[in-house]
Design a protein around this ligand. Structure first.
Ligand code: BG6
Length: 489
């Protein structure tokens, strides 16, 4: 079947860094439907050939060894460019005339990809509607919308209204690239394709869950944007809550978009709202030293570049099991991991050795960069009496399957092209996620705010984060840069 992918904001970074390399790699693997054309739209004046040449250079850079000039030249024939402004309805009418000239067949399905500045989303959607580009008379018409989807619940709701005025929900694909990561999808497989994890995946066996998305990078050139967003909007509303939903959700009856999303939405609905003193007790915020000197950041900025939240999920499975979510920039290393910390055994038989510290079992889901799983358990040290030591079963994707894992955009672009929305956020999901983040953001502007603590670059956030966990009788699992064996006594 013929497809057209129309990228708005085509001259931007996302297009050259992620979208075109992903499409090229899909083409190389012969996964991209054969009759696919790509049309870039942006205000800059380029000819088709100029844009292809520029993309050839960036794709070579971003795909490294996977780049092959002959394959690229073949792929590049399907790339076109139309200068245009999404705010200008006449330009959209021009696009409507242009597309049939390059599409391979009248029933061509179209995927519009909004990769513009978020402030242009509403205008772009309205003008797509005005130009008749959303109407499905022959082929399907779908739209992918990049994050951020609004800056709070009210703006997300308003954007949803604009979207629904032009597109039906089934045509809309709100992207969160974390859902395209192989290891995130593997959490569903781990939980629901095996029979040994699900029976213990609950309050009877789990003490708490830690979800960490640590980044080594600082804000870099994005100071302007970042200072208006901060870590809660940039990482929690989307990526961390998505990881929490996937970890905490019930099994859907079938692996179908709405069934999966119904279960995820139930998790968000079960998150206990914070009030009063909760904000100071259950949230932490930090800012790395030097942040205020970053380009585009005001000298007095109060924006958090680190946060930790303790969330409670009020349902039968998770009652009393805290979910600790933590993310920050300029931290010790890049690591995204989910730790399922199991309870200690009810009775410790081997506790005669006072120096021995017993660690309870732990399942570490390493989302990136050392993609894999590690199950920690106690073993008897041979020939040492009844001395015990934590050891692990260690699974790494690259060891078992070889090669690297594909970038998230390959999977997500292909799913959007073929109309599978399972790994995309639904309108209610996005609004509910903001409903969790908004009150925290508001409390952080009020006297209920926890102090904004500074932290040195290359730390696991402010020191208070370690103390905060210790006061709750717990400890962050900080392992860097890849999973090593658990700490031994
Ligand atoms: C983006 C954020 O959504 O995710 C960035 O805007 C962040 O600030 C990035 O660096 C992290 O993504 P990944 O895939 O590198 O973990």
């Amino acid at each position: 079947m013929a497809h057209a992918i129309v990228i708005f904001g085509a001259s931007g970074d996302l297009t050259s860094r992620k979208l075109i390399p992903a499409l090229y790699l899909l083409h190389r693997k012969q996964r991209l439907p054969e009759e696919t054309v790509i049309v870039g739209v942006a205000r800059t004046e380029y000819s088709h050939e100029q844009w292809r040449t520029m993309l050839g250079e960036t794709t070579a850079r971003f795909t490294g060894e996977a780049f092959d000039a002959a394959t690229w030249n073949n792929f590049a024939q399907s790339i076109h460019y139309l200068p245009g402004d999404v705010k200008n309805v006449d330009d959209m009418h021009r696009l409507a005339k242009f597309l049939p000239e390059v599409e391979k067949g009248p029933a061509c399905a179209r995927l519009y990809y909004l990769s513009t500045a978020p402030s242009l989303y509403e205008a772009a959607i309205e003008n797509l509607g005005q130009a008749g580009l959303a109407v499905e008379t022959e082929g399907a018409r779908r739209i992918v919308i990049e994050k951020p989807f609004g800056i709070d619940r009210a703006t997300a709701k308003k954007l949803n209204q604009v979207v629904h005025h032009v597109f039906q929900e089934r045509q809309v694909y709100r992207i969160d690239h974390y859902l395209g990561k192989e290891t995130v999808q593997n959490i569903l497989v781990l939980r629901f394709a095996n029979s040994i994890f699900e029976p213990i995946w609950n309050r009877n066996y789990v003490d708490h869950v830690q979800i960490t998305v640590a980044e080594e990078v600082a804000v870099g050139k994005r100071g302007d944007y970042y200072d208006t967003a901060g870590v809660l909007r940039d990482m929690f509303q989307n990526h961390l809550l998505q990881l929490m939903m996937i970890t905490a959700m019930e099994a859907p009856a079938r692996f179908e978009a709405d069934m999966v999303r119904d279960e995820k939405v139930k998790v968000l609905r079960s998150v206990r709202p914070m009030t009063g003193a909760d904000f100071a007790r259950d949230t932490l915020r930090g800012q790395y030293l030097g942040y205020r000197k970053e380009k585009g950041v005001p000298a007095e900025s109060q924006t958090a570049t680190f946060a930790a939240l303790k969330l409670s999920i009020d349902n039968w499975r998770w009652q009393g099991v805290p979910f600790y979510l933590r993310s920050g920039k300029a931290m010790s290393c890049r690591t995204t991991q989910i730790v399922i910390q199991f309870r200690e055994p009810p009775h410790m038989l081997f506790s005669s050795n006072k120096r021995m510290k017993f660690d309870a079992n732990r399942l570490v889901i390493q989302v990136q960069p050392a993609e894999g799983l590690q199950l920690h358990f106690l073993t008897k040290v041979p020939d040492a009496g009844m001395q015990l030591r934590m050891t692990d079963l260690d699974f790494r994707f690259h060891q078992k399957f070889g090669g690297g894992l594909p970038d998230a955009y390959q999977r997500l672009l292909l799913d959007a092209l073929t109309g599978d929305a399972s790994l995309f956020a639904r309108s209610d999901e996005v609004e509910l996620a903001w409903g969790i983040i908004d009150p925290i953001l508001a409390a952080w502007q009020s006297p209920a705010a926890p102090p904004l603590e500074q932290y040195e670059l290359g730390q696991w956030g402010p020191e208070s984060s370690t103390h905060w966990m210790q006061e709750q009788g717990r400890e962050w699992f900080d392992v860097c840069p890849v999973l090593k064996g658990p700490v031994e006594d």
